[in-house]
Ligand binder design. Structure first.
Ligand SMILES: *Cc1c(COP(=O)(O)O)cnc(C)c1O
Length: 394
């Protein structure tokens, strides 16, 4: 018999009743150190006092009015994002998937308005993840995500990750945009080197192609900059944001330059919930906290500490781990045993992590994690790795 919840997830046998900062409390009262953070969503941890206060205050005033009216909270968050980034204009969504939908529509509409409607193709990369809608799975293109869901939305050209020659060969007169995650998340925490992001920008400029960054996972302070692409010193034409920006409240956004935004006139796109007062009030508070240079500097410092400790962990468990990779507090442990087994051993040691592709275990702690909690996390991972060795045949 099919379960009441559609069984599309392989869930751990854990349920939590409440959380605080980097900790989650399970139904049996056990405390888990949370290095999953709801898959990089709980950027400020659980029950952050400023977010609780903002949500409660806004909940008592106004939740939703629709985009038929002015929404001051949406206006304020849009202005904050425009101020802090390359962008001139913002559209709010409720998720990363919806941000992907709009990014794809925007790129096509831009070329339509520019009198080159044949430029509908978007180049994407193997291992990418952009969401689960029809456009987003077509963009990623992997068999795992697309099998059985055809016919797929046409117009995506997939190239291997890191293959410059394949990328150059894929450029043609029908290509309108390149879509890339500056740090692949689901694909196994694979950062695109700064040089390559610069090269991509140059390539796009020389062919007049739009560059779209998917910063749904790597954005909002995750890498120690407000957005990951800032490390490379280049900017996109369109950027997708979600996950961390709502701190746990469903919120996403598409940011764009004026040139691209101009193609989207009245009536060309919409969302009933997108940009509601409740979500935007919370998003503005997240941005206010994460956007502080001192906060980001502390993320970078803690990231260095965690990375250093993880290098030590890998060195002491060479039969369990292969390497540490990633950027900032978006780190991956490439495993030598099944990453799902390491994650399960972590559960037994009361630490939460997230498996990703390429047999990588993702560590995506709250950006507010303390030095002591970093030490505790590595201790628990060490315990988990030791327990795995004990169960392996000699
Ligand atoms: C999670 C994710 C998405 C999809 O976001 P949803 O909110 O789950 O729809 C898109 N792109 C990247 C890089 C992601 O990590």
């Amino acid at each position: 018999m099919i379960p009441a919840i559609l069984p599309t997830y392989n869930r751990a046998p854990l349920a939590f009743t409440h959380g605080n900062g980097s900790w989650l409390v399970a139904e049996d009262g056990a405390r888990y150190l949370d290095l999953a953070a709801g898959i990089a969503v709980n950027a400020l941890g659980h029950a952050h006092p400023a977010l609780v206060e903002t949500l409660a205050a806004q909940a008592g005033k106004l939740w939703h009015t629709s985009n038929l009216y002015q929404i001051p909270e949406q206006q304020a968050l849009a202005e904050r994002l425009v101020e802090a980034t390359f962008a001139d204009t913002v559209f709010f969504t409720n998720s990363g998937t919806e941000a992907c939908e709009l990014a794809v529509k925007m790129a096509r509409k831009y070329w339509h308005e520019a009198g080159q409607p044949e430029r509908t193709d978007i180049i994407t990369f193997e291992g990418a993840f952009h969401g689960r809608s029809s456009a987003a799975i077509a963009a990623a293109g992997s068999e795992k995500m697309t099998k059985g869901f055809g016919p797929l939305l046409p117009g995506f050209v997939h190239v291997p990750f890191g293959d410059h020659d394949a990328l150059t060969a894929a450029i043609s007169d029908t290509v309108g945009a390149i879509l890339i995650e500056p740090v692949q998340g689901e694909g196994g925490i694979r950062p695109v080197p700064d040089q390559c992001l610069k090269g991509l920008r140059d390539l796009c400029d020389s062919h007049g192609i739009l560059l779209i960054f998917d910063e749904v996972q790597c954005g909002i302070g995750r890498t120690g900059r407000l957005f990951a692409h800032e490390w490379a010193g280049v900017t996109p034409d369109i950027m997708m944001v979600a996950k961390g920006i709502g701190g746990g409240f469903p919120l996403g956004a598409v940011l764009a330059t004026e040139a691209v935004g101009q193609a989207m006139s009245t009536g060309t796109h919409g969302s009933t919930y997108g940009g509601n007062p409740l979500g935007c009030a919370i998003g503005a508070k997240v941005m206010e906290i994460v956007g502080e240079e001192a906060f980001l500097a502390d993320v970078r410092r803690k990231a260095g500490l965690l990375r250093q400790r993880l290098e030590g962990l890998v060195a002491s468990h060479p039969d369990v781990f292969e390497e540490v990779r990633g950027s900032g507090l978006m780190l991956g442990l490439k495993c030598k045993v099944a990453n799902t087994e390491v994650a399960a051993a972590g559960h037994a040691a009361h630490i939460l992590t997230v498996p990703a592709a390429d047999n990588v275990l993702r560590l995506l702690p709250a950006l507010t994690i303390s030095d002591d909690e970093i030490g505790e996390a590595v201790l628990r991972l060490d315990r988990a790795a030791t327990s795995l060795k004990a169960t392996q045949p000699a």
